[in-house]
Ligand binder design. Sequence first.
Ligand code: 4NP
Length: 149
Amino acid sequence: MTTKILFVCLGNICRSPTAEGVFRGLAAQAGKDVLVDSAGTSGWHNGDLPDRRSMAEAAVRGYDLSNQRSRKLVAADFDSFDLIIGMDHANMENLRTLAPKGARAQLKLFLDYAPDQAIREVPDPYYEDNFDGVFDLIEQASRGLLGCL
Ligand code: 4NP
């Protein structure tokens, strides 16, 4: 059965599109039956491509983010997906606030799938410019998540 997974961050141009592209690539290599999407809690970048710095680092590592466009999280996502995964504690707080009562999706913090990491949040690279480190974390957590499917 297909597992439906939605990655969520603030802008849906840096971290969650990266998680979508990386996880989709690794899941395909592993032969896992998944449907993957991403969304932002803000809607500030609706319709935009991922950040060019995310796309550049993705290309170096063999992932393609160019088919993705930013979109805002909607209430229906909580019923369409099995698993909704936030990048940081603020994302999780927003998800818990927006989740309709009795919604189907389980809510998870991404780095809970990378228990060897000392940090619990994927840092926002938009201002920090730490795309390399963010990709390392996302690849690690994606492998952890794949191991749970
Ligand atoms: P993301 O990063 O949540 O990883 O997509 C951000 C992208 C844009 C902004 C903030 C964070 N912004 O302020 O526009």
